[in-house]
Each structure stands twice: as structure tokens, then as C-alpha cells.
Design a protein. Structure first.
Length: 86
């Protein structure tokens, strides 16, 4: 996939399944395949489904971007900015 991205100057999105951690001391979700998928990527962005059509994206690992989050909504007309949940 990296060769395709570089050759054709396109973005490649790779997804990975996550599961809840059974450890009460570490409540974060864990990647099902471990960290292997993340080692082959440049930027890691986690997506969360929130209330209704709201979603949140958080940059969790990137060589050039700071950790940050963005809220958005999915609608019939596309993707829209959204206010964070309170």
C-alpha cells in the first residue's frame, strides 16, 4: 500500500478493530492486532461515535501533528463541523 501511495500521490487509510481492555487499571481500548498495524502508518487517528450523528477524531500519534481532536457530524449532505459533547 505504501508503494501505491507514493507512486500515485494518494492517501491510503488503514483501519484496525479495537476491543475494550479487560484490565480495570487500564480502561483504554486496545488494537486487536496489537501495535503491528500502527508501525506501518505515519499518522494514527482514533475515531469515536458519540451522540446521534456526532463523531470525534483524535490524532494520537504523528511525527508532524500535535495531539488534537475534532468533532464532526455526518449528514445526508456530507460532513459538518459539530460542537463537542458537554
Amino acid at each position: 500500500m505504501m508503494k501505491i501511495a507514493v507512486t500515485h500521490n494518494v492517501v491510503v487509510a488503514v483501519t484496525n478493530q479495537v476491543m475494550a481492555s479487560p484490565d480495570p487499571k487500564d480502561p483504554m481500548e486496545k488494537a486487536v492486532g496489537g501495535n503491528i498495524m500502527g508501525h506501518g502508518t505515519t499518522h494514527r487517528i482514533w475515531f469515536w461515535r458519540r451522540k446521534g450523528s456526532k463523531r470525534m477524531a483524535r490524532v494520537v500519534d504523528s511525527p508532524r501533528l500535535p495531539e488534537a481532536e475534532a468533532w464532526f457530524e455526518l449528514g445526508e449532505g456530507g460532513v459538518y463541523d459539530a460542537e463537542p459533547d458537554k
